[in-house]
Write a protein that binds this ligand. Structure first.
Ligand code: FMN
Length: 342
């Protein structure tokens, strides 16, 4: 059998194949943060297509944790029901459902809201990125609670997995980086201190919410003096010790003008995933310009990762899994009703 179509577990949850739909903000909600018809069809179409796990886009733990006023949110109980319906539909097709627990930090551009961040440093000079307020210790404790509360709601909505968003320059990523975290308390300074918030949240989620936990990180922020993959290996090992179930390896997003010109070529982030995988025993998810069956097979066969996440390719082709199955001659993995089109 091909590697992509092998069933595998993330924690206690079994995926029917090793193909994941990466979280992608659709900016299609309204100021309520609620799921609507767009999201239902958008995600259910990929479930019908046969993907193993959908990770629903960055979903905010509080209103000022949104990137825009069109982001999804799961900060109150009224928002649960539509997620529950979405999960019912997607589960019908045998797809497991995850949701990304997110806080935008200094990248919140919602009008009339002031962003918060580890330090009062704006993301860029652009008017849309306001200077954030430096979080107090009380803000930090409150944020931890909001992550936990959202995970509890995710469980009530019947999600199978939660993903903590600690990548791309959003709040938790800002804490990790020495360039965006200039704090002089226990949450800033040394790498131990900068990792403290992510580790404290992961610990609480593992202790109090009975769902597998993925943590998504930016392996490197593409800066000479910034967060790098050695730091990511350090963090991944600590997360593994806490019982985290998988690491999802992305990169970048914390700097408006990174030092190192990023060459956006196929598999451009996969070497980071491989180095992390060599250092830990929990599953690793690779992502980033992976678009074909051949590339996915290459990564799995050569132990770069345990799961392959496809992002934009799913936007181009909701039937991507059908295409992958066709390329790998895996007819029986496709919904029986569609097999005559094989
Ligand atoms: C429209 C769009 C929205 C995205 N939103 C998110 C998001 O909500 N959370 C996240 O962690 N990454 C987000 N990403 C990054 C993707 O998850 C993925 O890592 C990236 O697109 C690279 O994978 P790809 O080349 O397969 O698209 C987004 C990317 C796109 C294109």
């Amino acid at each position: 059998m091909s590697h992509l179509f092998q069933s595998k577990n993330i924690g206690k949850v079994s995926l029917k194949n090793s193909i994941i739909m990466a979280p992608m903000c659709m900016y299609k909600s309204d100021n309520s943060g609620k799921i609507n018809t767009f999201h239902k069809y958008h995600y259910a179409s990929k479930a019908l297509g046969g993907v193993g796990l959908i990770i629903v886009e960055a979903t905010a733990i509080e209103p000022r944790g949104r990137i825009s006023s069109n982001d999804l949110g799961l900060w109150n109980d009224d928002q649960i029901m539509a997620h529950k319906e979405l999960n019912k539909d997607c589960h019908f097709f045998g797809t497991k459902m995850g949701i990304q627990l997110a806080h935008a930090g200094r990248k919140c551009t919602v009008k009339d809201l002031t962003p918060i961040a580890p330090s009062a440093i704006a993301f860029s000079d652009e008017k849309s990125f306001k200077k954030p307020l430096e979080m107090t210790l009380e803000d930090i404790q409150n944020t931890k609670k909001l992550f936990l509360d959202m995970a509890v709601r995710a469980q009530k909505a019947n999600y199978d997995v939660v993903e903590l968003h600690a990548a791309h320059g959003y709040l938790l990523c800002e804490f990790l980086s020495p360039l965006t975290n200039k704090r002089d308390d226990i949450y800033g300074g040394s790498i131990e201190n900068r990792c403290r918030l992510v580790l404290e949240i992961a610990k609480e989620l593992k202790e109090k919410v009975d769902l597998p936990l993925i943590v998504r990180i930016s392996a490197s922020e593409w800066m000479k003096e910034g967060w790098n993959n050695q730091d990511s290996i350090y963090l991944s090992k600590k997360l593994e010790e806490l019982g985290v179930d998988a690491i999802h390896v992305s990169s970048g997003g914390n700097q408006a003008n990174p030092d190192k010109a990023l060459e956006l070529k196929p598999l451009y982030q996969s070497d980071f995933a491989k180095e992390i995988k060599e250092a830990i025993s929990i599953p690793v998810i690779a992502v980033g310009l992976i678009t074909t069956a051949k590339q996915g097979e290459f990564l799995l066969e050569n132990s770069y990762c345990d799961f392959v996440a496809y992002g934009r390719e799913f936007l181009r082709n909701p039937n991507l899994v059908f295409q992958l199955a066709k390329d790998l001659d895996e007819k029986k993995e496709i919904n029986a009703s569609y097999q005559r089109a094989f």
